[in-house]
Design a protein. Structure first.
Length: 232
């Protein structure tokens, strides 16, 4: 007699960037097994696995290659919550250097800056502006892994959709050409582009935990950004 095949429940979430309603299912044991190994691998493999996981669990209804990073993180954390549990164990290093065991409640994850109006057309000077796109998951993971100035400039250049000069729109250019353009900007002009990325919506978690050592009692603030803390 054949073993039963269980039905997988489905849920809904609202995509932060577009308010689109998305149906999804929890990931299965075979998919969780792959996820367990992600803390021992590189960023490229993490990106590939997370994208495949989200694609399958949202019934291939999302463009995972071009979805903004904060959308991907939000979808993944919802998947993680419904698949493994809403609580994630974390260790916090206290001001006294003692290790405090606590947990993150995924129900308290929020999208920071979601309500802030962000224009993706940045005026560099009179008659000159650039149109930007949200960085995707792969681009942001690339920055997290390398964390150097060159990588930041590389991702910024990939996010420039067009350079608008008066009535002329330049949207066909080589990486070398856009890099030359960026390098020709003054610091104050480039800061306008930087502000776009600084103020992007992001998935965050904030909480406080008090040290249990009587001689300490320090209240530690917890601030978590990014999904690397939530793989298992």
């Amino acid at each position: 007699m054949a073993l039963p095949v269980l039905e997988t429940p489905t849920y809904e979430l609202t995509l932060p960037s577009t308010q689109q309603l998305v149906k999804y299912r929890p990931f299965l044991v075979k998919e969780h097994k792959i996820l367990l190994s992600l803390d021992k691998t590189g960023a490229k493999n993490i990106v590939k696995t997370i994208k495949q996981l989200i694609n399958v669990c949202t019934f291939e209804k999302l463009d995972v290659d071009n979805l903004p990073n904060f959308d991907m993180e939000y979808v993944f954390l919802n998947l993680r919550s419904k698949s493994i549990g809403e609580m994630v164990d974390v260790n916090v290093t206290c001001n006294c250097e003692d290790k405090i065991k606590t947990y993150v409640d995924l129900n308290k994850i929020k999208i920071e800056n979601q309500d802030k109006i962000i224009s993706n057309v940045i005026e560099i000077k009179d008659g000159l502006s650039v149109k930007l796109k949200f960085p995707n998951f792969e681009e942001m993971m690339d920055i997290y892994e390398h964390a150097n100035t060159e990588k930041v400039f590389e991702v910024v250049s990939k996010c420039i959709v067009s350079v608008n000069e008066g009535n002329t729109i330049h949207d066909k250019f080589t990486p070398e050409e856009i890099n030359t353009f960026i390098m020709s900007l003054t610091k104050s002009q480039f800061s306008k582009i930087e502000d776009f990325f600084v103020n992007l919506p992001k998935v965050t978690y904030d909480d406080k935990v008090k040290c249990k050592k009587p001689e300490c009692g320090y209240v530690n603030e917890i601030r978590i950004e990014g999904i690397e803390h939530f793989f298992i």
